[in-house]
Design a protein around this ligand. Structure first.
Ligand code: MN
Length: 491
């Protein structure tokens, strides 16, 4: 969690950090590096809050080779510290402005001081992978003779490859056979997960990982990827509750404000989505044809996406979920129109598909929610506020809400009004300006969920607030209408 929060632009409140820590504990993480107690008052408060929560996991604070950092960790009442002191000549010279002998002495003093005060010490020779190997081993030896409990030599700037990781840790394991070693791999070359797995194969017992691969620069090894690879590719009986990985990823993304890239392994929006007709056809008869990971293992469900690559089987599966049962001829016509829309470069949302299907099948378009009135106030020295009047199946709902901006306020007001009858959640929000310029039409795509059902809907308008509201209401209408009662007539 400490390195994850060092993601540029991310800063969490103590309460948010506690929420994440509780979830990490629930999924079965052994050690939680809760933060850097000496960094600020807020960090101290957060680390203390987590340490006092009585979690099963060992709670750890980061500390530099500075007495004050160790004192702060002690004050925060953590179980352990990740004590990081540079071992590479670049860091010793340019960061610490010391020499090797002084660094060895510092290591001895800090480890002994922390041990004398009852802390578990995980020693981290910083920038280990760019250090002189002889000196690195000498430094580790000093840390161990001073009482360090574990040693994690970090790949601080992410320069290892899987082959070099294996050699590096095999060598250290041979020199220190009775020491618990850890890996801390950075993702500058996109190799953090591969390197972490190579380290584990070389006999390392502990892996530093972060949810969604967050962390400094390109981040750290992603917990979810390492865990699922260990479980499915290496058949390791790992104690992490994998079915909670997705909700954990969503929680961290929401609290940090760092979105998950759509094609991210395990937790990305597209990781279990299929559009291609060839693939969906095969998956519907046997999922393993195009899925290496059963989605339920990581708490997800398979999703079929409509678009120009879609085939009849995939489109039919989505329509059936919407409660629509077109005939064969109708399905052919729906597919034609979906592909035509896709060929124009448009993203075909679920709401588009439904509108196309309804017009082809010839059923009246069901729109339970109608917007009757919307007022938004925004500006300098005013809290963005929106009031909304909705007609939901003839019932008038009036609500008002504030937000960080006009869009947020409008969406909050609508959600508040609809929440009184339906628990609908906004999962994602994207804006695209179709052309440049401030008078451009903007396209807003939202992803909404109600229970297990997730749908996408779009709104397009030259006013960003109206585009957002349109997308939101169109999506809510889709989630609220149940068309099972409409049986199709032949086309
Ligand atoms: Mn790091």
């Amino acid at each position: 969690m400490r390195d994850g929060e060092q993601t540029p632009g991310v800063s969490l409140t103590p309460e948010e950090k506690l929420l994440i820590a509780k979830r990490l504990d629930e999924i079965g993480v052994d050690v939680i590096e809760a933060g850097f107690a000496a960094a600020s008052e807020g960090e101290m408060e957060a680390v203390k809050l987590i340490a006092k929560e009585g979690l099963k996991a060992e709670i750890c604070s980061f500390a530099r080779g500075v007495k004050g950092d160790i004192d702060a960790a002690l004050k925060s009442e953590v179980d352990s510290i990740f004590l990081v002191i540079p071992s590479s000549d670049i860091h010793i010279k340019h960061k610490l402005k010391k020499n090797r002998d002084e660094v060895l002495k510092l290591t001895e003093e800090c480890v002994e001081y922390a041990k004398d005060h009852g802390l578990i010490v995980e020693f981290g020779p910083e920038d280990a992978t760019r250090s002189d190997l002889g000196f690195l081993k000498e430094m580790i030896k000093v840390s161990l003779s001073s009482g360090a409990d574990r040693v994690t030599p970090p790949d601080t700037v992410g320069v290892l490859t899987p082959e070099r990781t294996y050699e590096f840790f095999s060598d250290l394991k041979k020199t220190f056979p009775n020491t618990v070693l850890g890996a801390h791999c950075h993702n500058d070359f996109g190799l953090a997960v591969a390197n972490t797995l190579a380290a584990l194969r070389a006999g390392v017992e502990e892996a530093h990982v972060t949810i969604n691969g967050l962390g400094e620069r390109a981040g750290n090894a992603a917990l979810e990827e390492v865990v699922v690879a260990l479980k499915l590719q290496y058949n390791v009986n790992i104690s992490i509750k994998t079915d909670l990985l997705y909700v954990t990823s969503l929680l961290v993304s929401r609290l940090t404000g760092v979105p998950i890239q759509p094609n991210k392994a395990i937790v990305g929006e597209n990781a279990f989505a299929h559009e291609s007709g060839i693939h969906t056809h095969a998956i519907l008869s046997e999922p393993s044809t195009y899925e290496a990971i059963p989605p339920e293992i990581v708490g997800r469900t398979r999703r079929f996406v409509v678009g120009k690559h879609a085939g009849a089987h995939g489109v039919m599966a989505v329509l059936e979920e919407m409660g629509l049962n077109p005939s064969e001829n109708q399905l052919r016509e729906i597919l034609l129109r979906v592909k035509a829309l896709g060929d124009k470069g448009k993203r075909v949302t679920d709401a588009d598909l439904r509108a196309i299907a309804e017009s082809v099948i010839g059923i009246p378009q069901i729109r339970p929610i109608k917007l009757e009135e919307l007022t938004v106030v925004t500006g300098d020295h005013v809290t963005p506020t929106a009031s909304v009047r909705l007609n939901v199946n003839g019932k008038i709902l009036i609500e008002a809400a504030t937000g960080v901006g006009p869009v947020d306020a409008a969406m909050n007001a609508i959600r508040k009004a609809v929440a009184t009858i339906e628990p609908i959640r906004l999962e994602e929000y994207h804006v695209n300006a179709i052309t440049g310029g401030t008078n451009a039409v903007v396209e807003v795509i939202v992803r909404l969920s109600r229970g297990d059902r997730v749908i996408t809907a779009m709104g397009a308008h030259e006013d960003i607030v109206m585009a957002s509201v349109e997308a939101m209401i169109s999506g809510m209408n889709l989630l609220m209408s149940n068309n099972n009662r409409f049986k199709s007539k032949d086309f």
